[in-house]
Design a protein around this ligand. Sequence first.
Ligand code: NAD
Ligand code: IPM
Ligand code: MN
Length: 343
Amino acid sequence: MPEGLACLRAAATRYNIDIQLDDKFGDWATCARYAREGAMLPDGWKDVLASYDAIYFGAVGDPSVVPDHTSLWGSLIQFRREFDQYVNLRPCRLMPGIRCPLADKKVGDIDFWVVRENTEGEYSSLGGHMFPGTEREFVIQETVMTRIGVDRILDYAFKLAASRPKKHLTSATKSNGISISMPYWDTRVAEMGKKFPDVEVDKYHIDILTAWFVLRPEIFDVVVGSNLFGDILSDLGPACTGSIGIAPSGNINPEGKWPSLFEPVHGSAPDIAGKGIANPIGMIWAGQMMLEHFGYKEAADGVMRAIEQALEHGGEDVLTPDIGGKGTTKGLGAYVAGLIAKA
Ligand code: NAD
Ligand code: IPM
Ligand code: MN
């Protein structure tokens, strides 16, 4: 987060944008806060955050202190639902200077968006846990697909595909096995497709789709999926481009009625937390998406160029270990901020 903020500040100065960054919420949505107060967020959080244009969000989760479902349903998932951030937009792009774990791929070969439904689907609170601890114990968790919910994410994904040169949309399904919700999803995709005759549509069941991500990632342009499928694809995609540490995410309320939220795709990385070696690019790129979202195109392009240059020319001493270097979070963050400032 400090590296992300430094880059945003550098961009604001360099491109003369008046961004007011209020960083007084460092204790909100933390497991430390939960341990102290018994809640991830204070009462009245929604009104406070709703008065901002956007939320720039770090990662949550310390499973040694608070169960993950408690910390995440008490923070990030609430934000997505309460602020109707129904689009989760996540780029998968092979960046210059990154060694691709897939053989023979070069910059330009992997460049697509995952559009993830972000407020319903498999992430529902409908269900129950009955007769716990007895032989009759059972659990049910329902999937919710509303017509409004499915259509609005498809509309967004089709429009995004229509705006790109390839005009190609892939739908993630599993209508062979999940026999009620997924055939419904497919029907809505086919229906929406009629409104976008220029967009070529294909669909894959999620199992083979994950295989194609690894074997033929160059065929993708825009990939739309339900909440859970989109979640899985948006870790797999960035992993195929070198590291999940560089991937950003926009949780967007397209109507602008509520603040959108920009964050890295990755989590709190407990295995490396405190070592000072987490890759800051996911956080910085999330800031770039935020600038783009508000129409600061020149600044967004400037930050993107700085990220690319840092990855291409930063070298072993600057890049973090997840992308083959020996550098630190601070070092890489400062390097990108420096490039933004002197562009
Ligand atoms: P994770 O993304 O935190 O970590 C997975 C692996 O990726 C780890 O080996 C980690 O070291 C590595 N990694 C992650 N970010 C990195 C970075 N910036 N640079 C270098 N390496 C990086 O996923 P997880 O282990 O499943 O989850 C850990 C915790 O984070 C859990 O509490 C989980 O619920 C939470 N989580 C939160 C968010 C969020 O707040 N948006 C997202 C995912 C997971
Ligand atoms: C993500 C994360 C979250 C999700 C978790 C932490 C609840 O994995 O943003 O991708 O599943 O949406
Ligand atoms: Mn995820």
